[in-house]
Ligand binder design. Structure first.
Ligand SMILES: NC(=O)N[C@@H](CC(=O)O)C(=O)O
Ligand SMILES: [Zn+2]
Ligand SMILES: [Zn+2]
Length: 425
């Protein structure tokens, strides 16, 4: 038997409505009641000046196993997660082959069991090969342990196929996660359609290409009375649509990645492909609308969309480069810096809620709580620590981030999974 006592810290546990100074005890990887009989712990952590939070959860990451392990493995991705304060991640199915069958999902889960330092949850594809045509076998994939379905990286264009996907997913209580992109409107767009795409002569990716699918999803979630979650919202218009639908009780939700509120499309004038991601960076007005949506609860999930790509893949002409950037190590710091410290849109307790109990509830994960009996996943946070990100120190196999050298305020300083420290500053 092994016991851990974390003392002197401020426990913020939104799932249980707690915000107080107290000890946290973990025995054999599970949270226990604070002993009253003078029990001595085998290990003690002094959390003075720190927040003791449930382990952070990121429901949108791309680890590249199987198929593209030169970009990231489950092992290296999990280390990047731990270094960002994350104890749980949800992996997207756009691996090679795609995670559209029980065999591939089992392979990913077995790989995770032997190489990951954090909890790995998997998703299955909505359609076979992410091709948008035929539904994947949800029953078998649920049996293999998926927590949601998504075609992320792709978007089901045929609304009838999507309707059947939502109806089929409802039978298993699965949430459908959707990468919202209308192919006919977006075409070969590589950056936000606007003044800068015009000036730079680059094909535009218009907001309406996202909004029209967000609207489609609202209509389908309403029709099927089953949840659809819109991934990586980039447009202010999407926020208005989701707000109005949620007010009517539609089971629609949306998530935000830090780059969509930290950066604008004018950065593309450098032609640096580390500013190229899908959906693209937009404008100050979108940023304001998205932050407003986070502040009023319209958008209540935060994530990274951690999308590693090798240097040689990114170092090509902008329109040829793959979409996507790293995110696990910088997301908490960026959101803390922007949302809590600079814009004062939310407080630290709410930020923790958006990274713990909210994602756990959306995907029915038995995580995101410090309640007695829960797995002892804990993130220690220094809410006021000022720090600078150095990508060269990253455990990720890739380096595609625009945040090298960025100053931030607020950082996870220790990551504990099932009572075991897997990373500390
Ligand atoms: N976001 C990205 O720009 N890229 C993602 C795919 C995705 O999330 O759509 C990737 O897998 O590289
Ligand atoms: Zn996507
Ligand atoms: Zn993604």
């Amino acid at each position: 038997m092994s016991t851990l006592r974390i003392f002197n810290g401020r426990i913020i546990d939104p799932a249980n409505g707690r915000d107080e100074k107290a000890d946290l005890w973990i025995r054999d990887g599970v949270i226990i009641e604070t002993p009253v009989d003078g029990t001595k712990a085998d290990e003690e952590i002094d959390a003075k000046g720190r927040i003791v939070a449930p382990g952070l959860i990121d429901i949108h990451v791309h680890f590249r196993e199987p198929g593209q392990s030169h970009k990231e493995t489950i092992g290296t991705g999990s280390q990047a997660a731990a270094a960002g304060g994350f104890t749980s991640v949800v992996c997207m199915p756009n691996t090679s082959p795609a995670a559209d069958n029980a065999g591939t999902i089992t392979l990913i889960r077995e790989k995770a069991a032997t190489s990951s330092v954090v909890n790995i949850f998997t998703t299955g594809a909505i359609t076979k090969g992410l091709a948008g045509q035929e539904l994947a076998p949800y029953n078998a994939m649920v049996g293999a342990g998926i927590v949601a379905i998504t075609d992320d990286g792709h978007c089901v264009q045929n609304h009838e196929v999507m309707r059947r996907a939502v109806e089929y997913a409802r039978m298993f209580g699965l949430v459908v996660l959707d990468h919202c992109q209308d192919y006919s409107l977006v075409g070969g767009g590589v950056m936000n359609e606007g003044e800068w795409s015009l000036r730079l002569g680059l094909p535009g990716w218009p907001r309406i290409g996202e909004e029209i699918i967000v609207m489609r999803n609202i209509l389908l979630a309403d029709l099927c009375d089953s949840p659809i979650h819109c991934q990586h919202i980039s447009s202010g218009g999407s926020v208005r649509l989701i707000r109005e639908a949620r007010a009517r009780g539609v089971k629609i939700s949306g998530e935000v990645c830090p780059h969509h509120i930290a950066l604008t499309d004018d950065h593309l004038q450098t032609f640096d492909s580390n500013y190229k991601m899908n959906p693209p960076l937009r404008t100050e007005r979108d940023i304001e609308a998205i932050i407003g949506g986070i502040a009023d609860g319209t958008l209540d999930i935060l994530c990274s969309d951690h999308a590693p790509h090798a240097k040689y893949e990114k170092e090509v002409e902008l329109d040829q480069a793959p979409f996507g950037i790293l995110g696990l190590e910088t997301e908490f710091g960026l959101f803390s810096d922007i949302l809590v410290h600079k814009k004062k849109a939310i407080d630290m307790a709410r930020l923790i809620e958006l990274y713990t109990s909210k994602p756990a509830k959306l995907l029915s994960l038995d995580r995101g709580t410090l309640g007695v009996g829960a797995q002892g996943d804990v993130t220690l946070i220094d809410p006021d620590l000022e720090w600078v990100y150095d990508k060269e120190l990253s455990p990720s196999l890739s380096r595609n981030t625009p945040f090298h050298g960025t100053e931030m305020k607020g950082r996870a300083v220790q990551t504990i999974v099932a009572g075991k420290t897997v990373w500390s500053l």
